[in-house]
Design a binder for this molecule. Sequence first.
Ligand code: ATP
Ligand code: MG
Ligand code: MG
Length: 381
Amino acid sequence: MTTVGILGGGQLARMLALSGAPLGLRFLVMDTAGDACAAQFAPMVVGDYTDTAALAEFASKIDVATFDFENVPSQSAQWLADRVPVFPSPRALAIAQDRLAEKTLFRELGIPVPDFVAIDTREDLDAAIAAIGTPCILKTRRLGYDGKGQFRLKSAADTDAAWQALGAQAAKVGLILEAFVPFERELSVVAVRGRDGEFRSWPLTENWHVDGVLSASLAPASVDAAMAETAFAYARKLAEAIDYVGVFALELFCRAGELLANELAPRVHNSGHWTIEGSETSQFQNHLRAVLGLPLGDTRMVGRACMLNWVGAMPDANAVLQEAGGHWHDYGKSPREGRKVGHATLRAESAQDLSAAVQKVGQALGRGEQVAPVIAALRDS
Ligand code: ATP
Ligand code: MG
Ligand code: MG
């Protein structure tokens, strides 16, 4: 009996555990909160990730470890890796945890990125704004997620406000200033790399964010084959450069037909949730296969899919459950503003059928704004 340890007990761990059950896998989750949403499906070790006693208990009960939470301190990941196999490696995790290291690596590999400058002081910020221009975004180098730890500057007049908001973080987690990309669309490559180096990618996904939080995803994205190939090539180059094992997402901006890399998510990703029903093998199943050294599953799509995120509170399920290709995911979390509490996936054979289903669900749930960009993209596809 193989036990997979997961650091972090959120919805990603929960969906990993659900997906691993048919493989006969057992799971053990470590989280700082005993009521983490994966606890419903897996036993837990509750403790801080830097607590070696808790880590030792966790390590003693598992065969392999992986992550639901990308900000586990890299020393803790390394401590664990000295005792059990850990995938992705602590080194890959450390690169993805630091926006400066990550963007520097992208650039070294010939993957285009928005202009960026590391910021340590207020003087650095003034100089960087003069060099990069506005609009731009000041971000924490580490620990940001769902758009947290970011400040958007429309002009140099916003410099004081930006420094007031994030200046104190400079000494703690570092800061980076990035050019704001007036992108036409956001895309992500969700891909998997096995222990033996085999690489597979799901079809490209188009994503829409609201206030920095993913709101909707559509797959396949309607981009020409050459652009998709370029995106896959970037993802593959990156995964090979850091000997990545497992599923990851490469977030991309598309502007004037050019792709710019935003960030690497070193784990299963929200923009890949549609793969549960929309592809031959889901990202969760393939992540487990990768970290266990099993053969990877086919990543081809089954029809087309749209994923809608439920943020804050769950809407009524019936509108989705009534649809032929409607699938409901309730993470069992209590409602809280800005919190991802669930998602729905709608699947159909044609763009027309998918558009009709998305429109119907949007209307029934009063989510016209959320579904509008998806319907527009399907119309253009
Ligand atoms: P995640 O939850 O994806 O890990 P995060 O907190 O790491 O989010 P980013 O992915 O950097 O943050 O930014 C969140 C969103 O903000 C992006 O998906 C994009 O919509 C917007 N954004 C971030 N950086 C830029 C940029 N340089 N130009 C334009 N938009 C940006
Ligand atoms: Mg991120
Ligand atoms: Mg992101």
